[in-house]
Every structure is written in structure tokens, then in C-alpha cells.
Design a protein around this ligand. Sequence first.
Ligand code: URA
Length: 243
Amino acid sequence: VKGERLDKWIAHHTGRTRKEASKLLRSGRVTVDGAPITDGARKIDPASATVAVDGSPIEGAVRYVVMLHKPRGVLTATRDARDRTVLDLIPADLCPRPLVPVGRLDKDTTGLLLLTDDGALVHALTHPRRHVAKLYRVAFEGPLAPDAPARFEAGVVLEDGTRCRPAHLELTAPGQALVTLREGRHRQVRRMIAALGAEVVGLHRLTMGPIPLDPELPEGAARRLRDDELAALDALHSSRDPG
Ligand code: URA
């Protein structure tokens, strides 16, 4: 395998000796692209790997986080033979390395999608045990159960019997609601609303964890996160897994 030895790379980038780097690795605190690695002889590609200690990427390891205002009709996938994907919307100059979407939005969902080359960040934002909050604006048609907000708080039971975690539903106007979820099941908002008797006709993500969709970012456009946004993500990132 080509690349650089992990213990050597860590020593070089953190000012540790090779021996100290090996000790750090053996303690199990190091991840490469989100996966724990204890073997210092492991080769990494420094141009693409994200090496983190206790979940915080080692400084100097540049990582890229891009915010996309996803339009309708675009797939959250890295490639597709027929349809346009979110990666087709990212200008090449925003990131020199391959990006992956942080979670998924349905083809017809619009709004905030983050993409990154930082595997540890993907893990921190999408791992089910992290319970990162996501806020959606929902348009629906049909007779939503009058006790819908209470049933969201209690945990909606989907048609297939799955019980969702407690969530929040706020009716803002006839046929309009704000929904906050702390998990990410397939087509979850659509299925929760369906379980309560109505049909989602418009779904738009407004926030992911501490990051709101930039209201100045036009649909279909993307930009890199600002330093204050990256810092907000790092705070989440390095916080302990609540288990
Ligand atoms: N819930 C859905 O149903 N779809 C999405 O795209 C996101 C959340």
C-alpha cells in the first residue's frame, strides 16, 4: 500500500516522538476517517485521510465542509447513471478532494445538505446515537390527526410498526409545520406525517445540528463553511458520545 505510516504522520503533525505517537495509537484514541486504528504501521494517504484524536481532527489536516442548498429532483448520491446528483452541483474549485454527503435528502426534498471530506464529521453528525437535531419545514395535504403534536412528542409509530424517537411538530399555518427530528430514518418525515393521516407535498431542511441553511444561498448553489460555522461543528464533534 502506498502512503505514509500513521505513527510517523501523527508524530510529524502533533510534535510527538514516534514512540509517543505509538502509545497514543495503542490507547485507542485515534481514528482514521472515523474508524479507530491502533496500528502505527498502517499506511494512510495524507491528502485524503482525516486523522482525529478523541474525535478532533489533527490540525494541519485540512478538511472541507460545503453547504449546498439542494434543489428538487437531484439525488443524494455520489453518482447515478440517469439522474443528476448533488455532487454534480458542487463546483470543482470548492474542494480539491472527493466529498461525501452528510446523510441524505430525498430526491424531492430541498434545503440544507452538508458535504465533506472528513469521515469523522460524517460519523459525528449522522451516527444514530448522536441524536443531532435537524429542522424541517413541511407542507402537507389532507386531514392531519388533531393530536399530531402530542403524538410526535410521544414517538410516532410508523405504518410498519417502527416507533420513532420523540420529535417535535409545530403547526405554523394550515397545511404548514416545522418538524424537529433527532434521528434519520429513510423518508422519516414523510412516513411520520403519513402515519398521522396527511401527505407531505413539500419538504425543506432548515438546519443540521448547529448549522442553519444560509438564507442568502440560492437554490442549487454551494459554498464552503465559514470559520465560525466550522467551530460550531467542532464543538459538537468533540463532545462526548451521549451513548
Ligand atoms: N425526512 C424525509 O422524509 N425526507 C428527507 O429527505 C428528510 C427527512
